[in-house]
Write a protein that binds this ligand. Sequence first.
Ligand SMILES: C[C@@]1(CC(=O)O)C2=NC(=C\c3[nH]c(c(CCC(=O)O)c3CC(=O)O)Cc3[nH]c(c(CC(=O)O)c3CCC(=O)O)/C=C3\N/C(=C\2)[C@@H](CCC(=O)O)[C@]3(C)CC(=O)O)/[C@H]1CCC(=O)O
Ligand SMILES: NC(=O)c1ccc[n+]([C@@H]2O[C@H](COP(=O)([O-])OP(=O)(O)OC[C@H]3O[C@@H](n4cnc5c(N)ncnc54)[C@H](O)[C@@H]3O)[C@@H](O)[C@H]2O)c1
Length: 290
Amino acid sequence: MAENKTVGGGSLLIAWQLKGKKVLIVGGGEVGAQRIDSLLTTDAHIDLVSPSAGLHPRSKGFLEKYPSRITHIDQEFAFIDGRQTTTAFIDVGTYDMVLTALDDNALSRQIVEVCRAIRVPVNAADIPELCDFYFGGQVRDGPLQIMISTNGNGPRIAALIKDRVKNALTGKEGDALTKVGILRTKLKERAPGVGGDVGRRRMRWMSKLCEQWSLEDFALLNEEAMDQLLDEGWEHNAVPLPVQVVGKRKIGGILEAITTDWVRSLPSFTSFLAGIGFAHIVFRLYQARK
Ligand SMILES: C[C@@]1(CC(=O)O)C2=NC(=C\c3[nH]c(c(CCC(=O)O)c3CC(=O)O)Cc3[nH]c(c(CC(=O)O)c3CCC(=O)O)/C=C3\N/C(=C\2)[C@@H](CCC(=O)O)[C@]3(C)CC(=O)O)/[C@H]1CCC(=O)O
Ligand SMILES: NC(=O)c1ccc[n+]([C@@H]2O[C@H](COP(=O)([O-])OP(=O)(O)OC[C@H]3O[C@@H](n4cnc5c(N)ncnc54)[C@H](O)[C@@H]3O)[C@@H](O)[C@H]2O)c1
């Protein structure tokens, strides 16, 4: 891969925290349903303005399944001479984010203008110049979230790269990350505080552990094993071998932990055998020449 020389022209990649915040979606068609799907993951509250007659079956399904998380405002958004004439006035300024998913570009543009005037971040599906931020391809596994963005250059290519990324994962990442999250919470309870000496020691220990343990090792952790890891590791400023912690839990655990360690040492063992073989051949050739 070429060295990243980009010093401009990109966009900021962030994991936007929307828990407990309010998002307005205008249009509940196919794209609207995709937006609802993406937002449900964030624990935001969604207001959906869209007439019932035009709802996509997926949007209807979400409304039925999550009535406390999505409020359906069954009406058309409308403007006359730049003034909102929607039956029940929608105060765009009360939202943390606004998304339009409409088959009407002029209406999207009007909504975007209102949002921009009061600096509410807005995305108009498939109209790049009207977007303060773009959506991207998403790969998710528990707490792991990967966004693939081509910055508007090729959405279809983003979807294809997404498949490559999915194929490159083992399927254990989400589980391992969930366990690491719980372990870090437990560690912070034992060694509380932000920054300072404790913070630095905590970070060093966690980094070492993450480098020395595999994702599969972390996935095997249960709460009891986490406490043991903190007792024997953190409290003694050491990083125990996975087999010492997860291996003691259950026979399956031992086997799996030993197997992963054994598989990891396979390349060096193979080189060792190859070395012996090579030395043997050299010795034989030497003897034959004599
Ligand atoms: C990531 C994804 C998420 C999502 O929308 O949720 C997404 N588009 C997806 C698919 C997709 N969209 C389109 C096709 C048809 C094939 C093609 O044109 O390639 C396909 C392919 C397909 O369906 O497989 C049509 C299209 N899209 C935009 C335009 C307008 C233009 O480019 O001018 C046109 C052309 C309309 C026309 O030509 O008339 C614009 C945008 N679409 C974006 C996001 C933002 C940029 C993201 C980025 O570049 O990374 C941006 C800028 C704004 C935004 O909407 O946020 C999702 C793919 C990932 C996934 O599958 O997971
Ligand atoms: N669906 C796709 O895969 C796709 C792909 C590429 C581009 N797009 C573009 O994305 C946009 C949305 O696509 P879609 O497939 O979701 O369209 P759609 O026609 O399925 O949905 C539009 C929704 O907006 C609602 N709506 C219409 N007027 C409204 C108003 N005044 N107030 C509130 N709601 C209103 C409709 O009832 C409907 O629910 C379009 O511009 C489309 O060209 C969609």
